[in-house]
Design a protein around this ligand. Structure first.
Ligand code: ATP
Length: 394
């Protein structure tokens, strides 16, 4: 630790104490015979001077509402700088004050991970790649204002999934209600269908609904807790819908989506939903609660941000910071999402292109076993490895 670190650390420690007071995280105790109350501040337990950040650990006095910490995160930023992040719950919290600036862009590249269904989220303040396994932490909600970067994130999420799993291990049902984002995924071996309206999506979700029932029965018959325990398990299914809010009046769609959110994990069926905001007009509480991982891109205001991530911070993301978002799992963390252009995605996905098949008319409605890697949909005759690898969009 350098002398400069120590000086900065001490200065930040006193700023942290001022932030505690301004954020109302103190408890006042009346003292007999004394005019002034005794003010009990949170206890700072440790200060660590690390390479790229200074870390403070503090605990709240008993009786102080822990919700106040998230609600007043802006106060900590006002006192300690915008490079400040807080995480924790109930009593113990960690404040990190970062030295560098967030990276402004980073380009998507396929990343090998140990995850079965890898989600590449982005890079954090110190340049580390943040990933997680959707099979372990299911159902993702992406929100943000127009132009904040939701569709780009969806593109890289779906591309990474396709590049990580064969079409015999992963089936995708895609909903593109804006008719603008998912054309790059049309006619790919993994893709059941790209749906452009509620009618098409309802048809595909009927199939998913059938899978839920069939898989549920299998679990029951074989007395298993997860469908992947079967000797030859069916493929994972990911239903990804951009601008999900446009479907709010579609009862048939909503019913299946809610069912997936409630029982999909054990059946290897997952959701990725994207929309501008997540208030109760566009998404009911039960569904939202089951979307356990949240990515909040720039929000219109603190209320919208709070609805997604429980904190107002996504409203503070600058309009210039496209692709910047807050990831909420157990903790809240700011990330820069990978940039993946349509052209690059198309080039990466080219080996999985199917020839002469309209993906809106999905052939994958059969019984198990599922298609094999060599002939993913049983339609390609003797095409090498089952993939055409050269055609443009049909
Ligand atoms: N991760 C990123 N890194 C750098 N630039 C990005 C990133 N994501 C998005 N952008 C830029 O922001 C623009 C808008 O992104 P995108 O279309 O993904 O936003 P959106 O939230 O889906 O908007 P809309 O709801 O209007 O479709 C992109 O064309 C791109 O130039």
């Amino acid at each position: 630790m350098s002398v400069l670190d120590l000086l900065l650390g001490n200065r930040n420690k006193s700023k942290l104490k001022s932030a505690f007071k301004a954020a109302g995280l103190t408890r006042k105790i009346k003292r007999r015979g004394q005019a002034k109350d005794l003010e009990i501040l949170p206890t700072i337990h440790s200060v660590r001077y690390l390479d790229k950040r200074t870390e403070f650990v503090f605990t709240l006095p008993n009786g102080v509402d822990p919700e106040l910490v998230a609600k007043n995160d802006y106060v900590f930023k006002q006192y300690l700088g915008t490079q400040t992040e807080i995480s924790g719950n109930l009593k113990r919290f960690v404040v990190n004050v970062y030295k560098g600036r967030m990276p402004s862009q980073f380009d998507y590249a396929y990343t090998d991970t140990d995850h079965r269904l890898p989600i590449i989220c982005g890079i954090n303040r110190v340049g580390e790649l943040v990933t997680y396994d959707m099979a372990l932490t299911p159902h993702l909600l992406i929100t943000g204002e127009t132009g904040a970067g939701k569709s780009t994130q969806l593109r890289s999420v779906i591309t990474q999934l396709i590049l990580s799993r064969g079409p015999d291990q992963l089936r995708l049902v895609l909903g593109d209600l804006k008719m603008s984002e998912f054309h790059v995924f049309r006619n790919l071996a993994h893709v059941e269908a790209v749906c452009y309206n509620a009618g098409e999506l309802t048809k595909q979700l009927d199939w998913v609904d059938g899978e839920l029932k069939k898989r549920g029965k299998l679990l029951n018959e074989h007395e298993l807790t997860h469908i992947s325990e079967l000797p030859s398990p069916p493929p994972a299914i990911v239903v990804a819908i951009d601008e999900f809010a446009l479907l709010r009046e579609e009862k048939a769609v909503m019913r299946v989506v809610e069912d997936i959110s409630a029982i999909g994990r054990a059946l290897d069926v997952y959701l990725v939903l994207s929309q501008q905001r997540a208030d109760k007009d566009v998404m009911n509480g039960r569904l939202k609660q089951n979307l356990t991982v949240r990515m909040a891109f720039r929000a219109a205001d603190a209320i919208n941000s709070r609805i997604t991530i429980g904190s107002g911070e996504a409203a503070e993301i600058s309009i210039e910071d496209r692709g910047r978002f807050y990831l909420k799992r157990e903790q809240l963390e700011i990330l820069q999402g990978p940039f993946l252009s349509v052209e690059k995605a198309r080039a990466l996905l080219k080996p999985y292109k199917r020839r002469g098949v309209d993906s809106s008319d999905s052939p994958h409605k059969g019984e198990y076993p599922v298609p094999t890697l060599n002939d993913p949909l049983g339609l390609l005759g003797d095409s090498p490895a089952g993939f055409a690898g050269g055609d443009d969009d049909a």
